[in-house]
Design a protein around this ligand. Structure first.
Ligand code: DX5
Ligand code: ZN
Length: 221
């Protein structure tokens, strides 16, 4: 039986105890660390930048899944490669020349991800899908943790899964925003295989146990 990749979002961690929270993820059933970078322009919030990511990277033992919610992300592709990012996800809405951005990410040695805001249809990725390692479907409007899941996401997952099947590529479908223990089974059933979880993990009484529960869910055959 196959299981999903769980990527706890450190945005919901206790920044005063960042090392402790990174080590909790290290010791858990999570496969990736999800790192949210916000610039106060693309989204109305600023999260953290390079010095903090450097500190996270010093303690993290799992791949860093970096989600850039910034304008003109190409400016920082090489910097994130140097910081040790495993995958670098840029927003469709922030890239005028998306194909070139993806080539740049690959050339820098990282997996290339594309995130879609809730209003952006998945079919816009049709001509670039084979160049994408991971599509991040935003199931909330990006910028903040702890928001409510947008149900239309299920239909987007299903449509994207059938596009991936039709093109025979191995692109991951990541869902980001408002993921809970309650909606996770249906998200996987619809075709997602990577779940980002911030509040659900870090606000839980037992974060490690919550990650284990998510990671034990089955992927459909
Ligand atoms: C939102 C970020 C998410 C966020 C998810 O803009 O991209 O990764 O941390 O947080 P939850 O799981 O609390 O919705
Ligand atoms: Zn994110």
């Amino acid at each position: 039986m196959e299981h999903p990749i769980i990527a706890p979002s450190l945005l919901a961690a206790d920044f005063g105890n960042l090392q402790r929270d990174v080590e909790m993820v290290n010791a858990s059933a999570a496969a990736w660390h999800h790192i949210d970078v916000m610039d106060g322009l693309f989204v109305p919030n600023i999260s953290y930048g390079m010095p903090v990511i450097q500190a996270i990277a010093r303690h993290a033992t799992k791949p860093l899944d970096v989600h850039l919610m910034i304008v003109d992300p190409d400016r920082y592709t090489d910097t994130f490669a140097q910081l040790g990012a495993y995958s670098l996800t840029v927003h469709y809405e922030a890239c005028t020349h998306l194909h070139r951005s993806l080539q740049h990410i690959h050339k820098a040695g990282m997996k290339a991800g594309v995130a879609l805001n809730p209003h952006t249809p998945v079919h816009l990725l049709e001509d670039v899908l084979e160049d994408i390692d991971l599509v991040c479907l935003m199931s909330v409007n990006p910028g903040f943790g702890g928001q409510q899941f947008i149900p239309r996401t299920y239909a987007k997952i299903r449509e994207l899964r059938s596009m991936i099947r039709a093109q025979g590529c191995g692109t991951h479908i990541e869902v980001d925003g408002g993921v809970t223990l309650e909606n996770a089974p249906a998200l996987l059933e619809a075709g997602a295989d990577v779940l980002v979880a911030g509040s659900t993990v870090f606000r839980a009484a037992d974060p490690t146990g919550t990650i284990a529960e998510l990671a034990a869910l089955p992927l459909p055959q």
